[in-house]
Design a binder for this molecule. Sequence first.
Ligand code: GDP
Ligand code: MN
Length: 367
Amino acid sequence: MNLLEFEGKALLREHGLTVPRGRIISSAEQLQDFHFPAVLKSQVPVGGRGKSGGIRTVNNIEEARTEFDRIKSLKIKGYLPTAILAEESVDIRHELYVSFGIDRRRKAEMLIFSEEGGMDIEKADKKDIRLIYINPVTGLQNYHLNHIFLNTSLQKHTNDNLKNTLKTLYKTFKENKLELLEINPLIVNSDGDIICLDSKITADEVYCKRPPSPVPSINSAESTFEELTKALDINGVLLEGDIAVVTSGAGLGLATIDEINYYEGKILAFVDLGSSVYDKQKMKKAIRLIYDLNPKIILFNFNFQVASCYTLAEAISESLCHVPVVVRAKGKNQHEAKLILEEKGCFVTDDFNTAVQKTIGLQQERR
Ligand code: GDP
Ligand code: MN
């Protein structure tokens, strides 16, 4: 379960960490007594809000009204905001990156730190990113922190403050049995104070109860991608990449994900159509939900023994948008399906690997 930013920040605050002063607002009028400039932040369960226009600084109530209305109806990776968070603007001297996570293969915890945090962290130079593994039994030690902060360009007292912040973040991570605790950016302000400007927390529902929402959701009618697909009796998972993968059957689904990961492709969403492959209308509804996520490429991977590739091809060709589509169609009626889809400009093959490679090629072209 991913906590929204304001939920995560409530947890951080409970543990004594500094987060900007702010509150959830359901209209800009609630900012009459607010200290401007303020930052309005869309509360969606995905990242990249800064780059999508989901975060705006406003200098007065008029600007707040305009931006509130715009952000409220701005979809980010398929999500409308559940709420809008207003915070007092913070002056930023350094934007750092820090996260605590779990490497299950190594049975270790991971601490990742970078002096170059912020919205372009994916593009940061690998040598600027420091990673250490922590033994979960003995936990975070001073020597780990000394190692992380060795030769940073930060001042000594900032380093000392940061060490304390990281200890508290680690305590928060452990006490709540979190799967991921990422602060990007963790900032240093002009007074040298350390402030958690953003929060991305993945928690286990068993251990960490989602804090109750302080206000009714501003877009309560809007459902998540998971809920929308579930309503169609289809399994959908939203991730953060470019490629939407549509298959039928858990085995083929996992194999497709593995293969794409192998070529370092980034998956935006994964959809298992399950028994909906017999129902053209249902498939079309699912495909429309996928287009709403704005994928860069859609890969359909099907190997049918009983269901017909023809029905699938009709569903795809009747819902096409301006997104490249790669189809691997094998089995019953595959040749008829190929004819229909190629006529519509799709790339069609009956070979799994050819389909994946074409998809990866298209992703690289469209970067
Ligand atoms: P994300 O893009 O979804 O990860 O959203 P963040 O909460 O990380 O915000 C993105 C960027 O907006 C940050 O890296 C900051 O540069 C900027 N930002 C967010 N809040 C503030 C603030 O209070 N003051 C200032 N000056 N910038 C902010
Ligand atoms: Mn962020």
